[in-house]
Design a protein around this ligand. Sequence first.
Ligand SMILES: *Cc1c(COP(=O)(O)O)cnc(C)c1O
Length: 345
Amino acid sequence: MNIQKLIRPNILKLKPYASARDEYKEFTAALTFLDANENPFETGLNRYPDPQQVLLKTRLAEIKGCNYNQLILGNGSDEILDLIFRTFCEPEKENVILLPPTYGMYEVLANLNNVEIIKVPLTTDFQPDISSILEVINSQSKILFLCSPNNPTANSIKKESIEVLIENFKGIVVIDEAYIDFSEFESWVSRLDEFPNLIVIQTLSKAYGLAGVRLGLAIASEEIITVLNSIKPPYNINQLTQETALKRLANLDLVKNQINVIKQERFRVISEIKSIKIIHKIYPSDANFILVKVDDANKRYQQLINQEIVVRNRNKEPLCENCLRLTIGTPEENTKLLTVLKSLI
Ligand SMILES: *Cc1c(COP(=O)(O)O)cnc(C)c1O
């Protein structure tokens, strides 16, 4: 598979911006830095951050079991998704394949980049409709977005289906694993060597508890990552984010404990919610949220708001009629949700 052929010609030709800190990489306090027009007086943040995020990427590579050169960091995974569009999709000419209901940003970014969208809805059990997907893809199809576990449906896509899709799609396959740490399925990072057209997206916004710092990552072949790195804004990960993330990643036991609590709570919420009459269906969850079908989503959504509980109304999403998406909170928050749900008439 020739990845270079999938990259837009203008991106291949592009000469990346070389920042001051890129040109002179050794960054020790003993040196006198008069190269980047920074304010020399110490504020703790007066210097530009490391544009290659060496310490943070080294630690993440260790945790994710990949090579340092297979990693790119973004200002949230949303920034990386945008870079992927700009790398591979020629506006007004090429298209991407989306499988609704799924994460809304893929569509927003496609529209922002003026790239055509071909939608192939999931089946009623929220799995990809493989034969329809293989039917609609054409020579202009550049990216297939798979979200597993999927948002808002909460389930994972079957391994065999993903294999068939990667093997048969001649463009880039993006697997968004924002919720992988809550899942029983293994990450596709371990399969990257087999699939040169695969990009795995993860984030520190969910399981790692750092939505506020905006840190997303993509893991792929060194070939793909080199191109993405060459077009990213030079200082896209700020100093505060790099420091905060490194601190959080130094204490993985804490993260793992929180994930375990959330998974136990997911089990508890699902088992208690079953007996509530207004809940008509609970979809299987491999994430830190559950999708439920209720009798009247708009009405129940508003009643919950009146009781000061905010959930996500997914009623308008395809296949999600009268569905609410409930994030698993702290044990106290979940108890409150269950109490209020039981009281609704
Ligand atoms: C929450 C979420 C993300 C995270 O986006 P960030 O920009 O990293 O916060 C990515 N993909 C999906 C499917 C999500 O639900």
